[in-house]
Design a protein around this ligand. Structure first.
Ligand SMILES: [Zn+2]
Ligand SMILES: [Zn+2]
Length: 82
């Protein structure tokens, strides 16, 4: 005789809870919209902008890095006239 599949209280599936996190600025519960800034803070969409949470991530140096990278990858091209 086979054991019946494990029905517990008639439920076949257990719903996974939605990811709920707190914004570190307004401490609101944010589900699905929580965003992690580059400074590792978790923020709602209202506070994710760096000026709204006193972001201490050094955007300037990263911007410089990106600029340097692009400068390196940009090679002088000959423009031939057709
Ligand atoms: Zn917030
Ligand atoms: Zn930040």
């Amino acid at each position: 005789m086979m054991d019946p599949p494990s029905y517990t209280n008639g439920k076949l599936f257990q719903m996974q809870p939605l990811v709920i996190d707190l914004c570190e600025i307004c401490h609101k519960k944010v589900k699905l919209y929580v965003v992690q800034c580059k400074c590792k803070r978790k923020l709602c969409k209202n506070h994710v902008f760096s000026q709204n949470h006193e972001c201490d991530f050094d955007y300037k140096s990263e911007g410089k890095l990106i600029l340097e990278k692009t400068l390196v990858s940009v090679q002088p091209q000959k423009v031939d006239k057709i």
